[in-house]
Design a protein around this ligand. Structure first.
Ligand code: MG
Length: 253
């Protein structure tokens, strides 16, 4: 009887305590306020296309000093004209000298107005996050160029279909604004957490914090191979259509 009464009393006291705690946090909203860490000040660009003050320019329109051949690390040999870099298919993919983990990336690209070819052979390039996970570049304007939908512009290549198709017509500039979280690995090399990516395509959300399944290889398998900080890579696709151009590339890593 006494024990039961004590247990009951304890329950009542605990109940009152939790009610008091709830009331306390309710009446003291500052309990939920923190003062560290203070976000660093970043001066925004004049437009969303302009680099914020803490961004690194990866292409300034003048030279390819930030880039090398992905194949042999020799100086990048894509062409530059009028502030624009254009794929040199014979020179192959290029990649940044710098290595990155997670980042925000802004990159503008243009399919030539006189593009030819079909399917994946019509204006194919790509932006390879961590040098291996491809956000596809392709002429799929107005859905007129028929191809697999997880290979359209804005797709995570052969993985995730873009949520919509806001591509501009050939000859006009398109923009990718990408938020990328690199994958984490356990000490034994197994995957701890997948890479994730959000992509705004001409300001329209086409990938929403999508988990990447692995390297976007040409075979059907998507696999993760442990890696650390890695370059950003741009694709010189082997098709015969006219080459893609890029401009105004900046990154916040
Ligand atoms: Mg591609």
């Amino acid at each position: 009887m006494l024990v039961a009464a004590l247990v009951g009393l304890t329950a009542v006291v605990q109940g009152q305590t939790s009610i008091r705690q709830a009331n306390s946090s309710f009446s003291n909203p500052e309990n939920a306020e923190v003062f560290n860490p203070v976000p660093p000040v970043v001066v925004p660009g004049e437009t969303f296309a302009s680099p914020p003050s803490d961004a690194t320019m990866l292409f300034n329109g003048k030279d390819l000093n930030e880039w090398v051949s992905a194949e042999d690390q020799s100086p990048a040999k894509w062409t530059i004209s009028n502030g624009i870099m254009t794929v040199n298919k014979a020179a192959g993919d290029i990649e940044t000298k710098r290595k990155f983990t997670s980042y925000q990336l802004h990159i503008e690209w243009r399919i030539p107005a006189a593009i030819t070819g079909q399917g994946q052979s019509r204006g194919n390039s790509g932006v390879f996050l961590s040098g291996r996970y491809e956000i596809q570049v392709l002429d799929t304007y107005n859905n007129e160029n028929k191809t697999y939908v997880n290979g359209m512009a804005g797709s995570i290549y052969r993985e995730a279909i873009p949520l919509s198709n806001p591509e501009r017509k050939p000859g006009e500039w398109n923009v990718y604004d990408i938020a990328y979280t690199d994958p984490q690995f356990n000490d034994d090399g197994t995957l701890k957490s997948p890479a994730r990516v959000s992509v705004f395509f001409n300001g329209v959300l086409v990938q929403n914090n999508e988990a990447i399944k692995g390297s976007t290889s040409v075979n059907a398998k998507h696999v993760y191979v442990q890696h650390g900080p890695a370059p950003l890579r741009l694709q010189a696709h082997g098709d015969k259509s006219a080459p893609i151009s890029f401009r105004n590339i900046w990154i916040r890593g």
